[in-house]
Design a protein around this ligand. Sequence first.
Ligand code: CA
Ligand code: CA
Length: 489
Amino acid sequence: MNRDNKNGVFYEIYVNSFYDSNRDGHGDLNGITAQLDYLNTGNPDSQKGLQVDGLWLMPISPSPSYHKYDVVDYYNVDPDYGTLEDFHNLVSEMHKRNMTLIIDLVINHTSIEHPWFKEASAGTSNRYRDYYIWADNDTDLNEKGPWGQQLWHKNPNGEGYYYGVFWYGMPDLNFEKQEVRAEVKEIGRFWLNQGADGFRLDAALHIFDEGTRKNIEWWNEFREAMKEINPKVYLVGEVWDQPEVVAPYYQSLDSLFNFSLADVIVRSIKNSYDQGVVRTALSTEELYLPHNPNKIDAVFLTNHDQNRGMSEWKNNADKAKTAASILLTLPGNPFIYYGEEIGMTGEKPDEFIREPFRWYEGEGDGQTTWRTPEYNTGRNGVSVESQDEDLDSLLNHYRELIRLRHKHVELQKGDLTEIQLNNPHIIAYTRSYENKSLDMYYNISDKPIALTVENKGKKIFSTHTNATLKKSTLIVPPNATVIIKSKSN
Ligand SMILES: [Ca+2]
Ligand SMILES: [Ca+2]
């Protein structure tokens, strides 16, 4: 197969909230398969479909929690989501459309209900005991973690205290133990053999909490094992920390989510004031590249752990369009969080940022109902139904920008350079590749701005019809995107 499975636009799905194929209220794998035309029609000339190149599915394995980040069986699909056969079917339909599938791999910890932990917690001589991390006489049981949380938890089933960096319900696995490393590699091989193209590696930073070097050694070991199954396996890590901490992980992984850049984009648009979008993209690139010449930045606006962008931008659809334009014209792989493309809202706690995707203004086939929405209640224009045919909608803006990215190689592979305008209300940059280049101008303020542009060319895209380029004067309307193709190419 000749698929370039590492490059493209990705779409993150919380399966429970996406599309319900069997009317039990829960989204499921068959629902995604049924709605592939919404995501990618498989026909590059089609006007329909978002045309995303890949999907990231949040955890699909059996779990007692609604979010499923605490797994009880790594070798299966949660019954709410379907079966392994449904997974094979999804993979096969996606591959027919040249789409890449990565799934969340949650192996820093298991569920407290995982059979390994049940055994481990039952007795100190159990063979699974040191699959987990137990306090010894020198352990400070009151030690607090990076965000002030309790790290050691009393064993509910027997003796001792165990380590759980996130929550008592998620005991950390002990990666000092060779059997654990072997089991986790087996889990990875299993899912690649089921057809997954790679993984989003949850909590990649926390495998060993005492230092980066051991984490990188582990991820190198994992990557080499995965490459034996699929040399093109795509590995994207979640290292939610400062760029200096993220950088060395590129020695092991293809992509890492650029949390710093996401934060700067969302805040710049929120405050109508550039907080250094291009500067952050360039400085992180400079930090990351020496660790991996083939690294692919994973850029995004928000994910399932953050307030939805549309809530940050107070329902301003023009601001949401600007954010989308920036996301989809930066270097790297853009990751869209499901619902972002229709302007779904939601603020923490987490349940509110993972609400049912809105297909319709009201009810309809496939609409998930596992949770009654507080934010995305329908009948307010935030649905596929209301935006599908509206050419000015946020949804169609996403569709258009993804097509633009596919059409222009400079947006996929081009170098990034800032266009210096000394105006904090404008974000402007060039993407250039070989002899092609595009100039992007975003007015993030509420007033029109007139700019003198040097390398004037042809306006190929704008969100507003009153954006004009005459001689060397470019008028960018409030909260608008303008893209200019340089005359030289
Ligand atoms: Ca269902
Ligand atoms: Ca850990």
